[in-house]
Ligand binder design. Structure first.
Ligand code: CP
Length: 307
């Protein structure tokens, strides 16, 4: 049985292979038990989990809420809309105020890189990064890796291509770190304007076209354009982007065994067609389901580690 060693989950970058294995082993347990409301556990009984979502979310927030409740925790949702943030309350004021109510685990989504670490340095609570700026989205990468491991026995030597707006994507960064830690070869593809400096990563391939990506990859992860994080750039029109980098049925016909992923939310007809996202090659709904098991695992391991 692998051992999880971290106080918080701030990113994949700082996790060891053993930490990742521990999360996957625990997630496999929850997945096998069944992800449904009749499966309740008491691992977080007596704990309060705050969902601090300072940026919008459907999958991650709902998934953490379901996960925490099925583990027996009390769940408090904090969103800036309707809160005293609108009257000028700062992030650290909010933290100090809610901490004083006696909470244990903070699940934070925020648009500013470094917010979660800053909060963790001003509190005794346990912190989980639920998507921060363009830096990291560790539980998304963990559920992506867990989903791929249901298809492949191992990611060692497997080829995974991430297509789209890599520059502004926290999912891309966490996925690259995770897939490489698991031994996969990773490529990125997209317009120049959405490419990061390749020196940010080690051993990353750059592919130029969606056709090359499909031909190269065992699994392809399609990302949306992160318009909320793009300022002052001449980005391609939807039509241009879709034409050059969208994943269509014709691509799947040319590579019937490729696995199709998308972290959501998807813009159908732009980076991926609805038919592709709902094809037998797609594991997108499986990613969502596995998100609950992976988040149950993360919450349980962090709670145990800090006991
Ligand atoms: N994948 C993801 O983070 O989706 P949400 O923004 O809906 O949480």
């Amino acid at each position: 049985m692998s051992h999880y060693s971290q106080k918080h989950l701030l990113g994949i970058h700082s996790l060891s292979r053993e930490d990742i294995d521990a999360i996957f082993q625990s997630a496999a347990f929850f997945s096998e038990c069944g992800i449904n409301s009749s499966q309740k556990f008491s691992y977080l009984h007596g704990k309060t989990v705050v969902l601090g979502f300072f940026e919008s979310s459907t999958r991650t927030r709902c998934s953490f809420e379901v996960a925490a409740k099925r583990l027996g925790a009390e769940v408090l949702l904090f969103q800036p809309q309707g809160s005293s943030v609108e009257k000028g309350e700062t992030l650290l004021d909010t933290l100090e105020t809610i901490d004083a109510m006696g909470v244990d685990i903070w699940v934070i989504r925020h648009s500013i890189n470094g917010s979660v670490e800053l909060m963790s340095n001003h509190s005794n609570g346990i912190f989980i990064n639920a998507g921060e700026g363009n830096k990291e989205h560790p539980t998304q990468a963990l559920l992506d890796g867990f989903t791929l491991l249901e298809k492949f026995d191992s990611l060692e030597g497997k080829r995974i291509c991430i297509v789209g707006d890599i520059l502004h994507s926290r999912v891309a960064r966490s996925d690259i770190y995770l897939f490489q830690k698991l031994g996969a070869e990773v490529a990125i593809c997209g317009p120049d304007i959405f490419m990061p400096d390749l020196r940010e990563f080690s051993n990353i391939h750059r592919l130029e076209t969606i056709e090359d990506s499909v031909a190269w990859a065992d699994a392809i992860n399609m990302l949306r354009i992160q318009k909320e994080r793009i300022v002052d750039k001449n980005i391609p029109t939807t039509e241009e982007y879709s034409q050059q980098f969208g994943l269509r049925m014709k691509h799947l016909i040319s590579k019937p065994n490729i696995i199709v992923m998308h972290p959501g939310p998807a813009n159908y007809g732009v980076e991926i067609d609805h038919e592709v996202a709902h094809s037998p090659q797609s594991v997108i709904q499986r990613q969502v389901r596995n998100g609950v098991a992976v988040r149950m695992a993360v919450l349980t391991l962090l709670s145990n580690h800090n006991r």
